[in-house]
Design a protein around this ligand. Structure first.
Ligand code: CA
Ligand code: CA
Ligand code: CA
Length: 465
């Protein structure tokens, strides 16, 4: 954690807390089960089985029945996969009559799109720049970056899909073995932060919930629930599943295995195993534009600094390399002068006490890879693109600063990213904050300990091929 708290993180404009759940939701919260609901459960199980049978044998799941008095609280790492409908904002049920039936996944596969099925376990999936079909039905926890294109994510029972870059203007869900009448869309309301460990029910996230079990089927960071409706859902069918059999004539390259499976620039079908897998588009599936900082674009603490900065990025075999420079800055990069306190002329824009601020920073002498404390940080949350602006002070990595003079210098970093971190990067949800301090040229301006420049590695910077 960093030495300040983003108390001014107020940029959301979703509607808060009408607190009115529709009557269907209240009924679902009661524990009594009627014969009708048992009947519909049997039908659902049969539907799920017939959908599974329609898949190619290598993609089929071992289906275990979900009992009606389902009340366990599965937890994966720090993630709670269930949520109580009383603890979310503005929950609303899907109108089943408005949910169409899918007949062919094949028709939705892009000319260079991939079919990605991580199956069971806790997996990471990074899709391509074209329209992909991502099957999130393996009863585990999947972290997904869809890439660009019109992507389809298949949601299944007891499976949580955290989709880092769901775009309501192009992406959609297919409900597989889940009755649309049991699906609730809501906004999270948990104020907790934590970088990539932001809670699934964060107030930043839209949620798709199976109200029969309280299971979170999808968590959509930085999406507004009000932007999701029936048009984003279709129902799966055996016909649709069967449309993905025998794809040789489409030029699909099949790979099946455990661990990391890497695709090509063409159509791939990657099928994971029962364990934790990483299905990856490949290093040639994307590139990065230069990110630029300055010009009063910092969020959440806008500065009046004349400073500008730029960074270039590379991700190869999971290693993230960053190189760039800054100029015309008011202060040196924080801690680059070996200082232990804040210059009285530095501007602390969140109102923190300078001593507490420095102490907060010094509490974390190195990042998780052992890179030593510096004043330039990698953080999680997007800004400057169509998703709106978000901030989270949790430090993911420390960069290296090398001042050239009192106003300029270089910034670099080389980090081994976990599959989840790679997914966050390629989802355009990381940013760099250059914190500054110390008036090097004596002009009375000593920088911004809360950040002089913010550089967003957002949807304008990450370019899928
Ligand atoms: Ca797996
Ligand atoms: Ca895609
Ligand atoms: Ca591919």
């Amino acid at each position: 954690m960093e030495g300040f708290d983003d108390k001014n993180h107020l940029n959301h404009n979703h509607t808060h807390g009408t607190g009115i759940a529709d009557p269907i939701l209240s009924a679902a919260n009661s524990s009594s089960s009627t014969n009708t609901s048992i009947g519909s459960s049997v039908q659902e199980s049969e539907l799920e089985k017939s959908l599974n049978d329609a898949l190619a044998p290598k993609e089929q799941e071992k289906l275990t029945p979900v009992s009606d008095d389902h009340n366990h609280s599965p937890v994966v790492g720090r993630f709670e996969l269930h949520v109580d409908l009383n603890n979310v904002d503005s929950p609303r049920s899907l109108d089943p009559k408005k949910v169409a039936r899918e007949t062919s996944f094949r028709d939705n596969l892009g000319a260079r799109g991939d079919i990605l099925n991580p199956r069971g376990g806790n997996n990471v999936v990074i899709g391509s720049g074209d329209s992909d079909i991502i099957r999130g039905t393996g009863r585990g926890f999947n972290t997904i970056t869809t890439g660009t294109g019109r992507d389809t994510i298949i949601l299944g029972k007891e499976t949580t899909n955290r989709i880092f870059d769901f775009d309501p203007s192009s992406d959609r869900f297919v409900l597989s073995g889940i009755n649309p009448k049991n699906v609730v869309i809501a906004q999270g309301k948990n104020p907790g932060k934590g970088g990539l460990e932001q809670p699934l029910d964060s107030s930043n996230n839209a949620l798709i919930i199976d109200k029969k079990t309280g299971h979170i089927l999808a968590a959509l960071p930085f999406v507004k629930a009000s932007d999701i409706n029936e048009s984003h859902f279709v129902r799966n069918s055996a016909e649709a599943n069967a449309s993905l059999r025998n794809l040789k004539e489409l030029g699909v390259k099949n790979q099946r295995g455990s661990g990391t499976l890497t695709g090509t620039q063409g159509r791939d079908r990657l099928i994971g195993g029962d364990g934790n897998d990483f299905l990856y588009v490949g290093d040639d599936g994307f590139s990065f534009n230069t990110a630029r900082g300055g010009g009063g674009t910092e969020f959440p603490f806008k500065t009046d600094s004349p400073g500008t900065s730029e960074l270039n990025f590379e991700l190869e075999e999971g290693v993230f390399r960053v190189n760039g420079s800054y100029e015309n800055f008011d202060g040196f990069p924080l801690f680059s002068q070996g200082e232990q306190e804040i210059d009285p002329n530095a501007k602390i824009l969140n109102g923190s006490d300078p001593k507490a601020l420095v102490e907060g920073f010094l509490k974390v002498p190195q990042d998780k890879e052992g890179n030593p404390l510096s004043g330039t940080h990698l953080h999680y949350s997007p800004a400057g693109d169509s998703r709106g602006n978000f901030a989270d002070a949790t430090v993911i990595r420390f960069f290296e600063n090398n001042p050239i003079d009192a106003k300029s210098g270089t910034i670099s970093g080389e980090f081994k990213l976990s599959p989840e971190e790679q997914a966050a990067l390629l989802a355009g949800t990381l940013y760099v904050n250059i914190h500054t301090n110390i008036d090097g040229d004596g002009d009375g301006r000593a920088g911004f300990p809360t950040g002089e420049n913010r550089l967003n590695i957002n949807w304008d910077v990450v370019r899928f091929v």
